[in-house]
Design a protein around this ligand. Structure first.
Ligand code: NAP
Length: 486
């Protein structure tokens, strides 16, 4: 394992949910693996008046909870030595003086400022860093979603952050891109010749991308109600996954080579505007139902949700990519809360054989499928037809499983571990460039505008189902079905 350069990682929002649940356990693992130099520092920053001991106690409790049996008190000691806390209210400029004192004399280290806070604090934090001359040329800034709520607000954030940091220093996270399986999808596509001839119109019948959550809005209701599934999930995670599937092979592994190709996909998306939106985009909102066998309330009954809210908790879309490779191949995207299972997957269904000489299963089960599963497990399977044992030639679908954990028998990195180490190494490949973000918003905004223009209210679906019936019709009209409905 390659040793990381000595770094100072400052976690703004260092007491928040993301830091406690993901970022700090991720850094703990990197320490466990011996990748972090003894001189490196991790500094949590938030408004609370905490001593270092208070903070360490909070982080330890969180690591114990999230790492379970894998928590090792000896590793913890090594991790804790590198950890400290500083009180900063991002809106109070003088508060940055304490951080400046901590970083003084450490200008040669890599500096990473992770902004795990609400986006309205991005600009004040960047201003505070600049005024105290903390944004060195060796610094990077990491921005968590949501990066704005539409194209204009996203441009404003980027403008403000861009006035302090150069584009090469800005790491816009989409943690789906850090998942091991997404890396493996890239390896499968660009490390082998096998799939390339099949990866196109004429061979691929259609593609489905599902990111389903079984949870409701939990304690994010206030934020979620202002955002909705289209902006919270489609604008970033689902479009990024679509880009990884649909992009042309980059010429090199250079970060911009891949980001250029993803940008071309975003720019090639057929715009969804006006009445077309009503035909190709389904909005849904969950009503009372069940989750894991227990009754749950509907979205409108959730705490902090206005009783007349028209925010969508589900979206399904039919998307087309205007390119030689993909013309005529529909991509169906779907995401929602309170669905039957927590499941994220990409399903690429291939065309049927032109002529069959054997008895085959019904069409839905006869087609070859590449299933890239991201949650709850990470794996890739390819469904092929094989002869059923015994007399005669009866074909049955079987899965060729590319189970990486079984093959390599090593622990794979959590997405945030990979992304944080990439930040420290300065590798931008898995982070969104500003023009990508802009192109994504440019495609998303007209969908929401059309919903407003035509007063398209979300269709209700029962919590614990797979979403509104209209989502099944969306794909059913083209003669296909979601994989869970086959
Ligand atoms: P959170 O639990 O509400 O934490 C917010 C953090 O910001 C706390 O540490 C809070 O501490 C700090 N903070 C608030 N106001 C501040 C101020 N004026 N100055 C300095 N620090 C301040 O939120 P979160 O869930 O960790 O999410 C953080 C960001 O990441 C959000 O934008 C969220 O949308 C995004 N995100 C979260 C997740 C996730 O899984 N949680 C996933 C993806 C994206 P004090 O109140 O003590 O200051």
């Amino acid at each position: 394992m390659q040793l990381l350069p000595t770094f100072d990682l400052v976690l703004f929002g260092g007491t928040g949910d993301l830091a406690m649940r993901k970022l700090l356990p991720a850094m703990y693992w990197r320490v466990t693996c011996g990748q972090v130099t003894p001189e490196s520092r991790i500094i949590g920053a938030a408004r609370g008046e905490l001593t270092r001991e208070d903070y360490l106690a909070q982080v330890r409790a969180s690591c114990e909870t999230h790492l379970g049996e894998e928590f090792d008190p000896k590793v913890w000691d090594g991790f804790a030595e590198r950890l400290s806390y500083t009180k900063i209210d991002a809106t109070v400029e003088e508060d940055f003086a304490g951080l400046a004192a901590k970083l003084k004399g450490r200008e040669d280290n890599v500096r990473a400022f992770f902004l795990s806070t609400a986006p309205d604090l991005f600009a004040p934090i960047c201003d505070g860093l600049a005024r105290h001359k903390l944004a060195t040329s060796n610094s990077r800034v990491v921005l968590e979603k949501p990066l704005g709520h539409d194209r204009a607000s996203s441009a404003e954030i980027n403008e403000r952050v861009g006035s302090i940091f150069e584009e090469r220093q800005i790491f816009r996270i989409d943690h789906y891109l850090g998942k091991e399986t997404v890396q493996n999808l890239l390896a499968l596509r660009f490390g082998n010749t096998l799939f390339e001839p099949l990866w196109r119109r004429g061979r691929v019948q259609h593609v489905q991308i599902t990111v389903a959550e079984d949870l409701g809005v939990e304690r994010r209701a206030d934020f979620y109600d202002r955002t909705g599934a289209l902006r919270d999930m489609v604008q970033n995670h689902l479009l990024q996954l679509l880009c990884i599937i649909a992009m042309e092979p980059p010429a090199t592994s250079d970060p911009d080579a891949m980001r250029d190709e993803k940008l071309k996909v975003l720019r090639a998306l057929r715009p969804l505007v006006g009445r077309d939106v009503l035909a190709k985009a389904v909005r849904g909102q969950y009503k009372a139902g069940a989750a894991k066998g227990l009754p749950v309330v509907g979205y409108l009954q959730e705490k902090d949700v206005p009783p007349d809210s028209a925010t969508e908790t589900f979206v399904a879309l039919k998307v087309e990519v205007n390119s030689w490779r993909w013309a005529g191949v529909p991509f169906y995207l779907r995401t929602g809360k309170r669905l039957q299972e927590r499941q994220s997957e990409i399903v690429m269904t291939f065309e049927d054989v032109p002529h069959s000489i054997y008895e085959r299963p019904d069409e839905a089960h006869a087609l070859n499928r590449l299933v890239i599963q991201l949650q709850p497990e990470e794996n890739i399977t390819l469904t092929v037809l094989a002869k059923s044992p015994g007399e005669g030639m009866r074909l049955k679908p079987v899965n060729l499983s590319l189970d990486f954990s079984q093959t390599f028998k090593t622990r794979s990195l959590d997405a945030y571990e990979r992304l944080l180490t990439d930040v420290i190494k300065g590798n931008l490949t898995l982070f969104m460039r500003r023009d990508e973000l802009d192109a994504a918003w440019q495609w998303i905004d007209p969908i929401r505008e059309a919903w407003q223009q035509y007063d398209e209210r979300p269709k209700s679906y029962t919590a614990g189902s797979w979403g509104p019936a209209a989502a099944s019709s969306l794909i059913g009209r083209d003669g296909f079905a979601w994989r869970n409905e086959l």
